[in-house]
Design a protein around this ligand. Structure first.
Ligand SMILES: *Cc1c(COP(=O)(O)O)cnc(C)c1O
Length: 369
């Protein structure tokens, strides 16, 4: 019987995630599985919480990785905070803002949205004007919009919300580990991320953090959280306290991987990690421009870890991606929604953000175009 795992290509992952995984993270996954209530494993869990707090620049006690990909983190934040009829404002300029709107709507929230042109950032003036008209229980924004390569003004919107009753909910799936995220300073109340972007860990976990204000909103709910699996009031009993209460079996080896991925980041140092992302981004953009290609996003709003490149009219967008994968073993991403067929998305996330990856892609692109 053929084993399909024996013939897996080593692909240079330069798309919108998953990103390349460092060898020590693969080694971590292969370590012996411990019981999920084992004292040695609980020490690893405790250390993961501390490292996540440091990465998020937060003192939030409730900072845990949820079992599931980034979207489970999104679902966790909304399902724990929304009760039927709550007023929620979503700031949308790409796929992941749209997804927030869908998730909040399914939970019975009264969802208002402000939509901005894809490829441009959220405009703080328009947000302020909306907030003058109406008070919201939750205001939600995506920090790094992976579908377009735009960085949104999370800090500025947070400054406007300070001192109000609103809970500030932020998607940091693609930003975390690649650029600074200052949860407490920016006034963020609920945040989720994912492991397979700049944390350079395989997909499967979603770090989530709740402020005291968000925890108070959870405690003040009229009814139970309508999703048993993602109910933080139960999950914290497993992740916190002297006596741990079983909720669901932790994905033990995935948590080893996250532990190691965080270890790798702190060993290099946060400033060095963020600078490496910026340096690789600059080198990539310079090389692309030399090839005559243009970026979708204006320089001041560009993300370092997700580069949206306009596909020239004369070029077959999908054929280029296929050739890169087939002949060069490089994966890059396609455009989504209104940008399908119009852009490529080149990821420089975590372990992928290395000069040799940039050079390899530029060489392959030159060859292909
Ligand atoms: C990837 C991504 C998600 C969803 O994460 P999954 O791991 O695919 O579930 C959510 N938000 C943003 C900004 C993302 O880039």
């Amino acid at each position: 019987m053929a084993n399909l795992l024996e013939n897996i290509d080593e692909v240079l992952l330069m798309g919108p995630g998953p990103s390349c995984v460092p060898p020590s993270v693969y080694e971590a996954i292969a370590r012996k599985t411990l019981g999920h209530m084992d004292a040695a494993f609980i020490r690893i869990m405790d250390e993961i919480k501390v490292q996540l707090q440091a990465l998020l620049q937060t003192r939030n006690r409730l900072t845990v990785p949820m079992s599931g990909t980034g979207s489970s983190g999104m679902e966790t934040c909304f399902v724990n905070l929304i009760e039927k009829g709550d007023a929620v404002l979503i700031l949308i300029n790409g796929v992941f803002g749209k997804r927030m709107q869908d998730v909040a709507g399914r939970l019975g929230a009264e969802v208002d949205a402000i939509e901005f042109e894809w490829g441009t950032p959220v405009d703080v003036e328009q947000v302020n004007a909306k907030l003058e008209q109406k008070a919201y229980k939750i205001v939600a924004i995506v920090h790094a919009e992976t579908s377009t390569g735009v960085a949104n003004p999370v800090k500025e919107v947070g400054a406007r919300l300070k001192g109000t009753e609103s809970l500030y909910l932020v998607d940091a799936v693609t930003s975390l580990g690649g650029m600074a995220v200052a949860m407490d300073e920016w006034g963020i109340d609920a945040l989720y991320s994912g492991t397979q972007k700049c944390l350079s860990c395989p997909p499967g976990l979603a770090p989530v953090s709740f402020s005291e204000k968000a925890m108070a909103a959870l405690a003040a709910r009229r009814g139970k959280v309508p999703n048993w699996y993602l109910d933080l009031s139960m999950i914290t009993q497993y992740w916190d306290g002297a006596k741990r209460v079983y909720h669901h079996t932790a994905p033990v080896n995935m948590l080893y991987a996250l532990y190691q991925a965080l270890f790798v980041i702190f060993e290099e140092g946060l400033e060095a990690v963020y600078k490496r992302h910026q340096d690789c981004h600059r080198a990539l953009v310079a090389g692309l421009e030399e090839l005559g290609l243009r970026m979708l996003v204006p320089p001041e709003s560009r993300l370092p870890m997700l580069n949206a490149v306009r596909c020239p009219e004369s070029v077959d967008e999908a054929a280029v991606r296929q050739e890169l994968r087939r002949d060069h073993r490089i994966e890059i991403g396609a455009g989504l929604g209104p940008l399908a067929g119009k852009i490529w998305r080149v990821g420089l996330m975590g372990h992928t953000a290395r000069p040799e990856c940039v050079e390899r892609l530029l060489g392959a692109l030159k060859n292909t175009l």
